[in-house]
Design a protein around this ligand. Sequence first.
Ligand code: FPP
Length: 244
Amino acid sequence: MEKYVELLDRQNIPHHVAMIMDGNGRWAKKRGMPRLFGHRQGVETVEKIVRACVKLGVKQLSLYAFSTENWKRPQDEVSGLMRLLVEYFDKKTDQLNEEGVKIRVIGNVGALSKVAQQSIFNAEEKTKNNDVLGLNIAINYGGRDEIVQAVSRIARGVQEGTIAPDEINEEMVGQYLYTKGIPDPDLMIRTGGEKRISNFLIWQLSYAELWFTDVYWPDFDIETLAQAIYAYQNRERRFGGLSG
Ligand code: FPP
């Protein structure tokens, strides 16, 4: 059964895995169910995958839960998704905390409801000293939006005289992103068959290996994750250099 899990080189597990969790809607439709049923099942997969990452030794997991573009979806889907996210933080934080998971939400959190902001704050506060796995959940996140807010804050620093234009480099820009302090993803997985980045971590994914699967997110499991990691382990990462 567990074919790829056993094939993995445990010395070469990607430190940071990013995931675009696509296909919830189609998974539900195939079963004649409403889209939100698929998202609810998607939360179950999140739970399984967090444990799988801990088991395999992944240290950072970044999940694209709600993009800056997702507001365009029907109102009941938007509010349903937000409810699921708040429920996740409110009900699962204690358990995640016991397992050593450090929760961080990346995105424009200030534009979310006060209720959502409070849940996020509590989850981040409670788990801030953990170090088994960093779980970064992107909510109201857009890669371009992230870069724009970074540029804007850096520009303000220049205007106020605290930043010299010559000082601005890649490292500094990284310090102004939502992912400040988190190393860039090594592997990005997208489920659901589309082969796009969809505005997810566009700065941080510059050198990541990309892996796509037709599997819908609710059907994704530790074996599919191991398959992705196996593919990653058999690629040669050169970071723009030559092979050695
Ligand atoms: C894309 O599937 C999925 C989303 C927009 C939402 C992802 C959210 C979850 C899995 C649940 C909450 C997550 C956490 C971290 C608790 P889609 O709706 O675009 O599917 P489709 O392409 O088949 O329509």
